[in-house]
Structure formats: C-alpha cells, structure tokens
Design a protein around this ligand. Sequence first.
Ligand code: TRP
Length: 446
Amino acid sequence: MHREKWGTKLGFMLAAMGSAVGLGNIWRFSFVAGNNGGGAFLLLYLLFVLIIGIPLLLTEVSIGRKAESDVVGSFQKLAKGTPWYLTGFFGIISAFLILSFYAVVAGWAIFYFWNYINGSFFTQPAVGYEGAFGQFIGHTWHPIAWTALFMILTIVIVLSGVKKGIEAANKIFMPLLALILIALAVFSISLDGASEGVKFLFQPNWSALSEPSIYIAALGQAFFSLSLGMGAMLTYGSYLRKENKLPSAALGIGLMDTFFAVISGLVIFPAVFAFGIDPSSGPPLVFITLPSIFEQMPLGGIVGLVFFFALILASLSSSVSILEVPTAYFMRVFGWTRFATSVLMGSIMFVMGIAVSLGFGIWSGITPIGERNILDSMDYIASNILLPLGGLSMALLVGWYFKKSEALESADLSSSSIGGFWYFIVKWMAPILIILIFLNKIGVIF
Ligand code: TRP
C-alpha cells in the first residue's frame, strides 16, 4: 500500500514539535511538578530529558524511518521472526489510554476558551474560579460535550491525512503560544508574593529525592512531554524521506519542548503562590491558576482568549499524533480506509473519555489504582509504565539487536563524533536507568 511522506523536513519538524508541545508542557508538567515538590522534580526531569529522552527520541524516529511502518510493523520488519513486535502493543494500548483523558482535558480548555469568548471569565464568578471549575468538571454531560468536540476535531485532521492540516497550523500558533507564555511568565513573576513560587521551582528541596515515586514521575513526564515511547514519533518518522538528517531534528524538538515546560512553570508557580493556591491541587491546578492570572492582567480577557485558542491548537497537533498510532496500525493490518479507521479508533477513545470525565463527578468514588481517580489511574499506567517500557524496547532493539554500524547508520551518526556517545546511552545508560527506576519504585532496590 502507498504510504504518505512529509512534504519537507520542515514539515516533519513542525509536526513532531506539534506532537511534543501540548497539554503535557503546561497542564501535566505543572501539576506533576506541584505534586512532587517542585525544584527537585524539575531537576530530575531536565536530567532525564537530556540523558534519556533526547537520545531515545532520535532512536524512535530512526526506527520508524528505517522500517517505514507503524509501531508494531516496524518491530516485525526489523526484528523478523522474534516476538519483539509484541512490545509495539504497549504503544497501541497507551494511545487509547492517553488520548481518552487527553481529550477530556483539552475539552476543559475549549470550555475555558468559550468562557473568554462570552466574557464570563473576565471577572471572578461568585463561587470563585476553583468553584466554577469544580462545578463544571463535576457536571455529568457538559464536559463530555466539549470532549466530543475536541475528539471530532482530532478525527477530522487525522482522516484528512498526516500532511494537510497539521503542518500549516503549527507554523503560526506555536510561535504565538511561546510569545504569550513568555509575556505571562514576566507578568506572573511580577505579582506580589511570586518569589515563593520561583523558589519552589528552582530551589530543589533535596529531601524530595528520597521518595521513589519522584523518579518514576519525572521519567513519565519526560516521556509524555516528548511524545516518546508510544510510537507516535516512530510513526511520524516512517513518513520521512531517507535523505532527511535526524540528530539535529531530535535535539531541536527536545530543546523546544523543554523550553515550553520551563516557561509554563514560570507562569504557573509564581501565580500559585501569589494567589495562595495549593501547588499539589493535581489535574485542576492550571485551570484554577490561569484565570486568576488573566483577571489581574491588563487586557487579560483578550490574552486569555488568545491563550486558550493557541493551547487548543497545540493540543490538537498532539492529539492527532496519538490517534495516528493505532490508525496507522489498523489500516495496515485490516486494510481499512483511513477514514473508517480514524473514526472507529476515535470513537472508542471517546467512549473511554466518558468514563474519565465521569470520574470527576458521579464516578469520583472509583479509584482503580490506590487513591487515583480514573484519569490519574489511566495516566499512571500509560505514562509512567507503558511509555518507558516502549522506550526500553526501542533502545534494546537498536542497542542490542542491531549491529553497531547499523544502529549508527539508522540515526545518521556514522561519521559523527557524538555517535559513540549516543550508542553508549542507547545500549547501556538509558536501559539501565529505566530498569533501576522501575526496580526502585517497586521497592526491590535502595
Ligand atoms: N507530548 C504531548 C504533550 O505534551 C502529548 C503526546 C502526543 C504524547 N503524542 C504522544 C504523549 C505520544 C505520549 C506519547 O502534550
């Protein structure tokens, strides 16, 4: 079957950056950092992005470009006759888990956008922003309607093909989102009492490092934010032409994504402390903090409107990369059309999203894993377990199954001075670190 290709390397870069930058940088980064004590978490997260994330991003894209197939098919092609391809199903499963809650949270963002259009969030509602948000997410069908809208938009982009739609929107709105975030950070830092928040983010509280769950949280956030380990980047890599060079692309995507996360932290935490919000509020954190910032700001209503619009587009360019993973797989295996496959996959995810949404209302008593509600449980399994396992499998394929020369060649590093270093990370350091973090979490070591 004929497979699509990106128009240009820039097209790929925009799509991959679009995939990486999204709710993960703003919403997920803030609440996970807030839950894990701030500074120490930020440091671990940066470390993991640098020594595991970016090298594995290069690995994942290389696998896709070499195999020219989806996440399961690529393992089948490159490790013929082995059961390696079974690990590809981690990616398929995590795509379902992640997009079903991603669409719910993106639905919240659309609801906020709507509130800035009709002016109802220009000033604090009688119940406060926290109260208004709580009422909204606890409502049985209101949030589900916004989730449906987001899912429909995602499906429409995916069914019209990978190239059209994704490339153009990102060119305008990623820079716009960056500019707004920088302006918001400057404003947030200037608030009274903001310095506590800057300290929270940049002064590590070392005792937080004795808690095993901080490592798995930082690793999961690195994977989630870089869109790593699911096969989304692999699938995007499979639409690349051979002549495109990968190392600079991986580095660029990684740095850009990290920049967005740190800037978001500088927007959220100073404001969290200035307004006396609890940094460990969990998933609602940014939805409580942001409207308070906009309210204080000159022209805040307009800034809020543009901000949420840009955030919705950033989320769409991420969600399409998630839906693309099972779509590419099921299209190939069953020979279905792109149209039928993306509609079917998206619909299943939407139904799962209904459960996620009800988890904030009538199903809030359901806690599948520990204290975690439905969203947190699905996020935990997908982001903290399945993504790192997917990344581990990719690292082992390139580090141990490929010959060294083959590995270097697949990543365009044959004649580069950093080739040996990258290979060492992929073969030894990243797998060992991932395994140690898992063992540490389940209490086997340390
Ligand atoms: N990285 C995106 C974000 O930060 C979300 C995302 C897109 C993702 N594709 C992914 C997460 C693949 C994990 C795997 O919002």
